[in-house]
Design a binder for this molecule. Structure first.
Ligand code: MN
Length: 203
């Protein structure tokens, strides 16, 4: 069954050059993200074939697979919206005020989020997320696609720390990729998401 679909990129493959090469965008979107979409759909098929009384180990493996692929699909969908050829600016409105309240300044947030990616052991992500229970912004260091992700937090802006995100362009210099991300970072979706999540009475 096809429940999940690969979203189109909101810009051309070469739109983020020289910060992200067209080749990296082609592979990252067309191969890596596409594989997570395919994996999520295939895992749903396998789960439906397990029946009402599944073998426990098979069920556990498929539940892990679904979490991995579905989280990969979700994070990459946020990633494409977290960058744009018109990016590199500052957040506005409610998001800007909330960042100042929770992190002191946008520069402090940028340092925290950069640090969460640069200090990853292995593959993972850095995410600016809205903690719906605490009504505050948090920075998350997410291992693989979902480990160390706190349920209830919604990623608003993300940086991919997997090697496939930067190795062709920056080789082992992950910090150079993170610095390049900020030159194309786009806050628009994060601003719109936060506006939709926060009740007007709390603004
Ligand atoms: Mn990736």
């Amino acid at each position: 069954m096809t429940v999940y679909n690969l979203p189109d990129l909101p810009y051309d493959h070469n739109a983020l050059e020289p910060h992200v090469s067209a080749r990296v965008m082609e592979l990252h979107h067309g191969t890596h993200h596409a594989a997570y979409v395919k994996g999520a759909n295939e895992t749903l098929d396998k789960l439906s074939e397990l029946g009402a009384d599944p073998e426990p180990a098979a069920l556990a493996r498929l539940e892990r697979d679904l979490a991995f692929h579905l989280s990969g699909h979700a994070l990459h969908s946020v990633l494409w919206q977290s960058m744009s050829p018109n990016g590199g600016g500052e957040p506005q409105g409610l998001l800007a005020r909330q960042i100042e309240s929770d992190f002191g300044s946008v520069d402090s947030l940028r340092k925290r989020l950069s640090g969460s990616v640069n200090s990853l052991q292995g593959s993972g992500w850095g995410a600016l997320a809205w903690d719906s229970l605490g009504s505050r912004l948090i920075v998350q260091q997410i291992h693989d696609h979902q480990s160390t992700h706190a349920v209830g937090a919604l990623p608003l802006l993300v940086i991919d720390g997997w090697e496939h995100a930067y190795y062709l362009d920056y080789q082992s210099k992950k910090a150079d990729w993170v610095a390049a991300f900020w030159r194309v970072a786009d806050w628009t979706m994060a601003e719109n998401l936060l506006d939709s999540l926060v009740q007007p009475t709390n603004r």
